[in-house]
Design a protein around this ligand. Structure first.
Ligand code: SF4
Length: 419
């Protein structure tokens, strides 16, 4: 079996309804909207043939519509969609549903069948819930979000739900657990939706910068694997290394926590507008947002600093000089993004990683020409690119010019071959 496409995580937003009003809800106010069968069917037809490392079932509160979850799982089986594992987050305020329990049992058998067909597939993604969040190893996990200021959960109800599904689904590959029990990455507040509105209650007057996050997933998260005879499953495969969410109204967005308002204002696209070109549309989004993940994370850190500055929130352990450095990085990231956007049409045969490298080389060469001190250039390379510490000293003006010319030549050769 060989896969032309790989997704680290596909999230399906079952509903935008919810029976809670969490202070920190990144999605914002609940809406009376459930996903339709048409949107599910369309999504599955677009991703058929792709290897989906993790399927995430989300909301709103997905357990408000167990019937839709069952429809989704049954359709995945019927259409033979390749999924490695499944995670579902719930607030846990429900009694058990026997139809859903039966569906999950059937689905677990399907996941085992897929595994035996595809063989043991190496996890290429840096996203999988078992490593990112928890020490558990599951094929199907239900995580009960029982933590967070303003969550207001009933422990008895949560425990009853755990008991119900644990007894109904007696399978080693099934886990149901509280988020508070085993999760590694807790404590960061995403300033989005209700959390942004309620920031005073959540943050107070001072914060460490790594405790807050401004959500912006507009970066290039796709890549192509090389020919690799040792990895037959992912040979010339197109990798999507960021969670993509199909929301309840069909709007597709990167990540899984964006507020409904932002998703609907500026989606990547709507799944119903796809015509077997889902991955082309994802690719176009990445060309329009060509910076790498490291640069994106620094841009987001600066956005969080700006948020605090405007709201009068003190950032702990941060000096004026740190702020100036991040401001400079933000400016350089904007330049890098503009260069990458501008050169892609001129070098259309180069892939994302190659355009990224050329854009950085052009930027750094420009900085040398403007006599920007080397320590600032090195700081940019260290913080915003994947040049390792051993390579940064080698990035001289001569190296930049040689690198740029070699890829201009490569583009010419590829253009020639394509004729
Ligand atoms: S965080 Fe989850 S449970 Fe809380 S209001 Fe938002 S969707 Fe509902």
């Amino acid at each position: 079996m060989k896969f032309d496409y790989y997704m680290s995580c596909l999230t399906i937003e079952i509903t935008r309804r919810c029976n809670k009003h969490c202070l920190f809800c990144a999605k914002g106010d609940a809406q009376n909207l459930d996903i339709t069968k048409k949107i599910i069917d369309k999504t599955l037809s677009e991703v058929k043939g792709c290897f989906i490392n993790t399927l995430r079932i989300s909301g709103g509160e997905p357990l408000l519509r167990p019937d839709i979850i069952c429809y989704l799982l049954n359709q995945i089986i019927e259409k033979h969609i390749i999924v490695n594992d499944v995670v579902m987050f719930t607030n846990g305020h429900f009694t058990g549903d026997s139809e859903l329990a039966n569906c999950i049992c059937t689905f677990l058998n399907y996941l085992r069948q897929i595994e035996s067909e595809a063989g043991t597939i190496m996890r290429w993604s840096n996203f999988n819930f078992t490593s990112k969040y928890s020490s558990i190893a599951a094929k199907f996990a239900i995580i009960i979000s029982d933590v967070g200021k303003g969550r207001n959960v009933s422990p008895d109800m949560v425990n009853d739900l755990i008991t119900y599904y644990s007894e109904k689904i007696q399978d080693d590959a099934f886990y149901i657990m509280k988020q508070s029990e085993d999760f590694k990455s807790m404590g960061q507040i995403t300033l989005e939706g209700n959390a942004k509105r309620n920031y005073k209650d959540l943050i107070g007057d001072s914060v460490y910068i790594n405790q807050i996050k401004i959500l912006n997933n507009n970066y290039c998260f796709v890549t192509n694997s090389a020919n690799n005879p040792h990895q037959p499953f992912f040979h010339n495969t197109y990798f999507v290394m960021k969670t993509l969410t199909v929301s309840a109204n069909g709007n597709v967005f990167p990540g899984c926590s964006m507020s409904y308002v932002r998703v609907d204002n500026k989606p990547m696209f709507n799944i119903l507008d796809c015509n077997k070109n889902f991955f082309e549309k994802v690719d176009t989004f990445c060309w329009n947002n060509p910076i790498c993940d490291m640069a994106m994370s620094k841009r987001n850190t600066f956005a969080a600093m700006e948020f605090c500055r405007k709201k009068g929130i003190k950032i702990k352990n941060m000096t004026k000089q740190d702020y100036i450095l991040f401001q400079m990085l933000d400016d350089l990231i904007n330049q890098y993004e503009t260069i990458a956007r501008d050169i892609h049409p001129m070098l259309p045969y180069l892939n994302h990683a190659e355009i990224d490298g050329v854009a950085i080389a052009i930027l750094v060469n420009n900085l040398y020409e403007k006599k920007i001190p080397k320590e600032y250039i090195d700081f940019f390379l260290k913080e915003c690119t994947d040049f390792g510490p051993e390579n940064i000293p080698l990035v001289t003006p001569e190296w930049c010019r040689g690198f740029i010319l070699s890829y201009v030549e490569k583009n010419k050769e590829l253009a020639h071959k394509a004729q």
